[in-house]
Write a protein that binds this ligand. Structure first.
Ligand code: HEM
Length: 211
């Protein structure tokens, strides 16, 4: 019998995108068409986005802290995991649009344009990161600007996830755990960055030894 292999590259993206659509369809089908079903699907897609985002965000740190074939694989697939996150979050956005159109009074209850600002900025970065994930715009930007944009964008998105979970902590349920996971991911990434900086500083040839 042929062993089940995890797809890679665009096949991995297509599989994850298909699973996101299947999950959304199942969540919508499980409830009568209405505001509750849409909100459940919005929450479900936020959660699939969260899982894919954390993997993409931590890909390089995992290789540093847990070197092995699994973490190297995640790092190799980072681009496709990131694009799958963008896909899942596009579905989140489309569902939010539908919810706002169909139930404006529910959508705007307790929400203002200002309170939606962090999420909207998050979407702006998501768009920029997605567009620049392809070769031509990547080349156009140049490697320094590309790195700066992608690093800033990932930190902005991490901050939006932190904020989204933080404001829901009083609701209990899984929100305190989700916030703790996002917070721990930020701490792990910062520690990996610091360790890599220190390694570079200690292995760089000192200028005095060259003179
Ligand atoms: C990058 C941007 C965004 C991120 C990372 C994000 C993330 C999240 C998260 C983590 C949740 C909670 C999921 C859960 O219940 O476990 C959520 C739910 C939700 N988000 Fe987003 N979101 C973003 C943008 C937006 C924007 C711009 C809006 C609307 C203006 C929005 C509207 C909603 C709504 C209506 C819910 C469901 C609330 C509920 O039924 O409890 N989101 N989002």
């Amino acid at each position: 019998m042929k062993a089940l292999t995890v797809p890679s590259g665009w096949k991995l993206f297509a599989t994850l995108a298909g699973l996101t659509l299947l999950m959304t369809a199942l969540v919508l089908a499980a409830q009568p068409l209405g505001s509750d079903g849409l909100r459940s699907a919005i929450r479900a897609t936020a959660r699939s986005s969260f899982a894919l985002f954390v993997l993409t965000f931590l890909a390089s740190s995992l290789v540093a802290f847990l070197p092995g074939p699994g973490s190297r694989r995640v790092l190799r697939e980072r681009r496709y995991l990131g694009l799958a996150f963008a896909f899942s979050h596009t579905v989140h956005g489309l569902l939010i649009y539908r919810y706002a159109q169909q139930f404006p009074e529910l959508f705007w209850a307790g929400r203002t344009a200002t309170s939606s600002l962090p999420g909207s900025i998050g979407y702006l970065f998501l768009l920029l990161l997605t567009l620049t994930s392809f070769k031509a715009p990547m080349r156009l930007l140049g490697s320094r600007a590309w790195k700066a944009l992608h690093s800033t964008g990932m930190w902005v998105l991490a901050a939006v996830f932190c904020l989204s979970f933080y404001k829901r902590i009083p609701m209990g349920g899984w929100y305190p755990l989700a916030f703790a996971v996002m917070f721990a991911a930020v701490a792990l990434k910062l520690t990996a960055k610091l360790a890599s900086y220190q390694r570079r500083v200690t292995t760089a040839p000192s200028t005095s030894s060259l003179s």
